[in-house]
Design a protein around this ligand. Structure first.
Ligand SMILES: *Cc1c(COP(=O)(O)O)cnc(C)c1O
Length: 393
């Protein structure tokens, strides 16, 4: 029992998630969100009645439009995006590849890609591969591991040769929340495009993309969107850019008329042109329920609980773990939904924590990351988790 849970107006939503009897504190919802109970039924009903019952006819009854109908819904409840700019399909990794290539093609003659060294590995590896392939230069930004990309660092890195910049909204390690609007505008002033990887913010931190003038974004479906392991990711392309951007994986389902089976690719005149192959329909099912839940609670209320959870985690770390170093921002305006603490013995105690049913995760070199998914995590879990870490350290 924890008094903060008694005062939490969102506490009752925890009962909507599948419980795991052997877990005392699930502190990794930022890596893999818990399933909603509603998703159990949705998946089963889909297999029995829609797939099993409608068979191939299902494609004409809504399956084909799911990437954009669910995308619009996600845009509305979590991204501040008007319809027609969000689509779901592929992995985050593949969508980053598509957007970096599309952005480069839209800035011919420019030779540089800007990215930071603490960005998520897949983001860096994609950029390294494309740069090698195309003979381009990567302009690396070195950030403090306890913070992240700032407008000043970006300003110093972009210039007349920059084609595209790729950053994460929330740093996967420190939880640092970037100044998305200001950085996007700085990069635009240099004549380049910015791609935001929203994997660690979508569903937890509001990012009004239209209002902030964001150009391009991608994000993960299985973290705070609870889509399940390997759920497809989403892509956002600002409507005013859609006509001028071409992604490199020209497949039939991004074409204007897939079922005419015609000669020569012509891109679909919409966000669909950023898709390539058949939509991962089954993989999208659980996300429906989480998107609907975020819609009914409201993303601002979700964020308020997220801030309260991370603030509480920091208070407990200060009180009980004086030998650990807090590697996340204390300023809630610059902090996403997780908190990382560094201590030389973090790696060593992880197996014992997991054995006790305390499930955070470990991030190199020596951080334990407490991921606090707002609607499924209690304040009591945070307390149990930090106290267990204290015991073991
Ligand atoms: C989780 C995560 C990804 C995951 O990419 P996949 O293609 O799903 O493996 C990408 N970028 C960031 C910043 C992430 O946090």
């Amino acid at each position: 029992m924890n008094a903060l849970d008694d005062g939490d107006v969102l506490a009752r939503y925890r009962d909507l998630f599948v419980q795991s009897p052997d877990v005392r504190a699930y502190l990794d919802g930022n890596s893999l969100g818990r399933p909603l109970i509603a998703s159990l039924e949705r998946v089963q009903t889909f297999l029995a009645e829609q797939w099993g019952g409608r068979l191939i006819r299902g494609w004409d009854e809504g399956w084909m439009d799911l990437p954009t109908t669910l995308g619009d819904e996600l845009g509305r409840v979590a991204l501040g995006a008007a319809p027609g700019q969000v689509a779901i399909g592929d992995s985050t990794t593949v969508l980053i590849y598509k957007l970096v290539r599309a952005a480069l093609a839209a800035r011919p003659g420019r030779t540089e890609i800007v990215i930071d060294r603490d960005n998520f590995p897949t983001d860096r590896y994609i950029v390294e591969g494309i740069a090698a392939d195309r003979g381009l230069t990567i302009r690396w930004i070195d950030t403090d591991i306890a913070s992240g990309v700032t407008p000043a660092l970006v300003d110093a890195a972009v210039g007349p040769n920059t084609a595209v910049a790729l950053f994460s909204s929330v740093a996967y390690r420190s939880g640092f929340l970037a100044e998305i609007e200001e950085i996007t505008s700085l990069v635009r002033d240099a004549g380049a495009l910015t791609i935001w990887d929203l994997s660690h913010s979508v569903g937890s931190v509001p990012t009004p993309l239209d209002e902030w003038g964001v150009d391009l974004a991608v994000g993960c479906g299985y973290k705070y969107l609870n889509g399940g392991p390997g759920a497809p990711a989403f892509i956002y392309v600002r409507s005013s850019l859609q006509g001028s951007l071409r992604q490199p994986i020209q497949g039939w389902l991004g074409s204007r008329t897939p079922f005419e089976m015609g000669q020569g690719y012509q891109a679909h005149p919409s966000i669909r042109s950023f898709l390539s192959g058949t939509p991962p329909v089954v993989g999208m099912l659980p996300m429906h329920d989480m998107i609907a839940l975020i819609g009914s609670v409201g993303i601002e209320a979700v964020r308020a609980k997220s801030v309260a959870l991370t603030r509480y985690a920091i208070e407990l770390v200060d009180a009980y773990l004086p030998s650990a170093r807090l590697s996340s921002p204390r300023d809630p305006h610059r902090r996403g939904g997780h908190v990382t603490i560094d201590h030389p013995r973090c790696a060593e105690i992880m197996p014992e924590l997991w054995k006790q049913g305390i499930i955070p995760d470990f991030r190199r070199p020596d951080g334990i990351r407490l991921g606090l998914s707002p609607l499924s995590t209690s304040f009591a879990e945070v307390e149990v988790g930090v106290l267990a870490i204290r015991e073991l350290l």
